[in-house]
Design a protein around this ligand. Structure first.
Ligand SMILES: [Fe+2]
Length: 324
């Protein structure tokens, strides 16, 4: 099943979603069809799929034929490649990242911030965790530099670090405008889920510079993303900073600075100097990036839960985390 396809079982059909398009398939009981599609992870042959679910070979084949018709699956046996060209790999990332971004930013936290339905303490909590997340580049990029054996990529990471290490200042300015003095900001601890995002990226850096490059590339804004980022900050300004735009202006300035640095082109720069990539390596890097998206979703949920119940200053007292 293609990476970007999402499936869900309805009462009488299974819905396959790919980008804007939805395909409904019946014929088999939805529970069975959903399970069958869930097993299509590129590691099972059609025969193994049928065996796992007790389905006849011709049933599996007719389901596959329908899925092929709508380009929802890929036949890996038809492409016995051991390597993928770096530019083709970069193009795959270019197709997947916008899909993942849309998924992440439709999380209830981001939707509530964008619509203004998030209460002010939740906005403050999101801002504080964003500060810790951005400050956390000091925990992750140095690991990426230290672990990278490829001198060319290591230079790209080091350059990125030189440009990013003090960008927490933008978020500190926003928090100051919101009424939090520096001593209070520094006394707070990041949420465990904020640390989990950073830890995931450190782990990716240790696994493979390509994994780290994908995770980092996903986080950087490019093209249409950038316009969406600008619009998001405009809405935040309207909902949470009408009296004092300085609460949001530094974050918008940060977006512009990263754009000036060309951080959106980082992944292209890294892929540009790579030869053909073994498919296992490419898949593992995509796995790490996909897991980053899930970790960011978990992070968003944790921010929403925590700061719907506690104000930001509760974070200076750890026992307030996770009420009985
Ligand atoms: Fe930055």
């Amino acid at each position: 099943l293609r990476w970007e396809v999402e499936i869900r079982a309805d009462k009488d059909a299974v819905v396959f979603e790919r980008g804007e398009n939805e395909y409904r398939f019946g014929g088999l009981p939805p529970r069975v069809l959903h399970r069958l599609a869930s097993l299509m992870n590129g590691e099972r042959s059609p025969a193994e799929l049928g065996e796992a679910l007790g389905l006849a070979a011709h049933t599996v084949q007719s389901v596959l034929a329908k899925l092929f018709e709508h380009d929802l699956v890929v036949d890996l046996s038809a492409e016995p490649r051991s390597r993928i060209a770096a530019d083709a790999f970069h193009a795959i990332c270019g197709r997947l990242f916008p899909v993942w971004k849309t998924r992440l930013f439709s999380h209830p936290l981001w939707a509530a911030l964008s619509s203004g339905s998030a209460p002010a303490p939740l906005f403050a909590g999101w801002l504080l965790e964003s500060y810790h997340f951005i400050e956390g580049v000091n925990d992750r990029i140095p690991v990426a530099v230290a672990e990278c054996a490829d001198a060319r990529i290591r230079h790209v990471f080091a350059q990125h670090y030189a440009e990013e290490y003090d960008h927490w200042l933008f978020f500190q300015r926003s928090l100051n405008a919101l009424g939090l003095p520096n001593e209070q900001i520094q006394a707070t601890r990041p949420l465990p889920s904020t640390l989990a995002v950073l830890q995931h990226m450190r782990h990716a850096a240790r696994r493979d510079p390509l994994s780290y490059a994908l995770c980092s590339g996903f986080l950087e804004s490019t093209g249409a993303d950038r316009a969406r980022g600008v619009a998001f900050f405009e809405r935040l300004k309207h909902h949470y900073a009408a009296q004092n735009p300085e609460i949001v202006t530094p974050m918008a300035a940060h977006l512009s600075l990263d754009e000036e640095y060309g951080h959106g082109d980082l992944l292209a720069e890294i892929c540009g100097g790579l030869g053909p990539i073994p498919v296992e390596r490419a898949s593992a890097a995509l796995d790490d990036a996909a897991l980053l998206v899930e970790t960011l979703e978990m992070w968003s949920t944790d921010i929403e839960r925590t700061y719907s119940r506690y104000p930001v200053d509760a974070r200076t007292r750890l026992h307030f985390y996770r009420a009985p």
